[in-house]
Design a protein around this ligand. Structure first.
Ligand code: SF4
Ligand code: SF4
Length: 343
């Protein structure tokens, strides 16, 4: 059980590691899209899934980690690719008194009104609070925009406007159908969109979109630590293999949870709290930020051609350095899952 002695002896002194009070349960890394912005590099070729027992076990473990519980959203990949499993997970969680804050989808399954209404009724009965729909030019290169518009409109009608979130609503309202544009016109839309700064330049976004942004030297990011994004973040994602990622720092691993889940979640959080500063990658990121990975790469004798071109952001720099370090195979405990580093 949670031990009060874990708290700082001085109540005015903040704990160095926050409880995970918001989590994304990524029940699969399979997807019917392969968005240019996908920091997980999901693709139709993949498809690892959590079992119902694993998903609910991890969910219970998260809920019991702190006295304040944990708000969980169910995500992927695309969780609707295995509808039966998704609804089974939500029902099993509801049986434990747990309800999803939201379920995220790209809306590719919303091919007609009857399917949408059936599924919304089932999601509602299973206690889902909100449906979160992804919509931007990168998603719409794969998912027809009319499906997303239909899903958003029907969800508003059935569940009410407060129970649907479209990220990004302004994209749906533009009237652009990216699938009808020429490659040049599409690139123009992508460039304008990425310049708005809504996407993290990590994973596939780093590989295929970063050249559309102004690039800066690594020194630009000196001193930008990741303390807030790592130990002081309350937000984690947990993938189909049980790997716990801080926030949306895809490809970074705090560790892996295994059965028995409740003990494992608590033990992992405790370990992280005790030794994050000593970890070769995470410790450097927390203390100094991604520029601290440059000397580590040099020690490993790694050539990083991108250094000559520069970086779109601190996270882009982080991604490039981690990608190079992951290739050595020496940091597999912290640079995982490897699927994030390979197409
Ligand atoms: S961003 Fe979402 S919809 Fe796009 S490939 Fe990744 S998981 Fe799939
Ligand atoms: S620089 Fe790296 S660790 Fe820091 S917030 Fe960005 S992706 Fe996360």
């Amino acid at each position: 059980m949670y031990n009060m002695s874990m708290k700082s002896p001085n109540r005015h002194e903040p704990m160095p590691v926050k409880y995970w009070s918001r989590a994304g349960l990524m029940i699969t890394d399979g997807c019917d899209a392969a968005c240019a912005s996908c920091y997980l590099r999901c693709t139709p070729g993949r498809g690892r899934w959590m079992t119902v027992e694993t998903a609910v076990g991890i969910w219970i473990g998260l809920a019991r980690l702190s006295p304040h519980g944990c708000r969980v959203h169910v995500t992927g990949g695309e969780p609707f690719l295995d509808w039966q499993r998704l609804i089974d997970i939500l029902h099993a969680a509801a049986g434990e008194g747990l309800h999803a804050e939201s379920v995220e989808t790209n809306g590719g399954w919303a091919i007609d009104d009857a399917i949408i209404r059936d599924r919304l009724a089932a999601l509602d009965a299973a206690g889902m609070e909100k449906l979160a729909i992804s919509a931007d030019p990168f998603h719409q290169a794969f998912i027809p925009i009319e499906r997303v518009r239909r899903l958003a409109a029907t969800t508003e009608e059935v569940l009410g406007p407060d129970r649907v979130r479209v990220r990004w609503r302004d994209w749906l309202d533009t009237g652009v159908d990216i699938q009808t544009l020429s490659p040049q016109e599409r690139d123009t839309v992508f460039t304008e969109w990425i310049a708005a700064g809504r996407d993290r330049i990590n994973g596939r976004a780093a590989e295929v979109l970063s050249h559309m942004l102004p690039l800066k030297s690594p020194e630009t990011f000196a001193g930008q630590t990741c303390r807030e994004a790592l130990p002081r973040s309350r937000h984690v994602h947990i993938g189909p293999e049980g790997i716990v990622t801080p926030g949306v720092c895809a490809g970074l691993s705090i560790g892996r949870v295994v059965a028995p889940w409740e003990d494992s979640v608590r033990n992992l959080w405790n370990e992280f709290r005790e030794n994050f500063a000593d970890r070769p990658i995470l410790g450097r990121l927390v203390e100094k930020g991604p520029t601290a990975l440059l000397p580590l790469a040099q020690e490993q004798g790694l050539a990083v051609p991108q250094l000559e071109h520069g970086f779109a952001s601190k996270c882009h720099l982080c991604w490039v350095m981690r990608n190079a370090l992951a290739g050595t195979g020496k940091f597999a405990d912290e640079l995982a899952p490897m699927s994030v580093y390979t197409e």
